[in-house]
Design a protein around this ligand. Structure first.
Ligand code: ADP
Ligand code: MG
Length: 251
């Protein structure tokens, strides 16, 4: 089953076209990496797919339900607010800079939305949050504040926070690019361990060895278009000139 479908998505900032007719989909449990040069539109694509940013044209479908779609006159329609809320609960986003709440403890960062927004049972939410912290190797940090943690620990809290909302699909936008090299490994290891949870993941990354190893499918973007996509084996061995040029710089 397709969890997410993007059809013919277009987005410009002023005169600058950033996404040009992008179509892609994500299957249940699938791990998709998006690679490509800086400025190619990867973050904008994630921000449009998660409706943090409005697009100009195109269609977004989650679990077969249309979230956004285009009309014949060029305008866009959105699903009703109740339906959008339901759709938004299907996915989570992990940012480059963690975006934790600085004045909340680690535990409160993770439990606040499930309790306050999803109105779930507090005891159950706390129990699950502690299990997640254990999975992240942070069981002794529940009372710490973000400023007391390393970047790698902050990112693992951000991942736990996203998982606490029980998404079907998790988006990562360069989850390790703000980290020192020695902290990158611990975060990649945690992301790798999520593969067992059967959550679909869309990962924008410059960690080529990681993308090659973890992904079911790799998408190479450049200049606002999907240049090619396929299995990691196919994309990393591609004879496409743009792909080879890019991989040559990162290989
Ligand atoms: P990537 O994540 O692949 O590095 P981005 O999606 O961040 O690329 O950016 C693609 C292009 O869109 C870049 O030229 C960037 O400068 C431009 N851009 C991104 N966000 C904005 C914005 N909010 N306003 C204007 N231009 C933007
Ligand atoms: Mg980016």
């Amino acid at each position: 089953m397709k969890l997410l479908e993007l059809n013919h998505v277009e987005k410009s900032f002023g005169d600058l076209p950033v996404l040009k007719d992008i179509s892609m989909s994500v299957e249940d449990g699938e791990i998709v990496s998006i690679i490509g040069p800086s400025g190619s539109g990867k973050s904008t694509l994630l921000r449009c797919a998660t409706m943090l940013e409005t697009m100009d044209r195109g269609e977004i479908i989650y679990l077969g339900k249309k979230a956004v779609w285009g009309n014949e006159n060029g305008s866009l329609s959105y699903a009703a607010s109740g339906e959008l809320k339901e759709i938004r609960s299907q996915y989570g986003l992990v940012f480059q800079n963690f975006n934790l709440f600085p004045h909340f403890s680690v535990l409160k960062n993770i439990t606040d939305a499930p309790i306050r927004v999803q109105k779930r049972n507090k005891d159950e939410v706390y129990r699950e949050a502690r299990e997640l912290l254990k999975k992240m190797g942070l069981e002794d940090k529940e009372n710490a504040y973000p400023c007391q943690l390393s970047g790698g620990q902050c990112q693992r809290v951000a991942i736990a926070r996203a998982l606490a909302l029980k998404p079907r699909i998790l988006f990562f936008d360069e989850p390790t690019s703000a980290l020192d090299p020695e902290l990158t490994g611990e975060v990649l290891k945690v992301i790798r361990s999520l593969a067992d949870l059967h959550i679909a993941m869309v990962i924008v990354t410059h960690e080529m060895a990681f993308a090659k190893d973890i992904s079911h499918r790799v998408i190479f973007m450049a200049g606002g278009v999907i240049v090619e996509e396929g299995t990691p084996e196919a994309v990393f061995a591609s004879d496409n000139e743009r792909t080879q040029n890019f991989l040559g710089r990162y290989g």
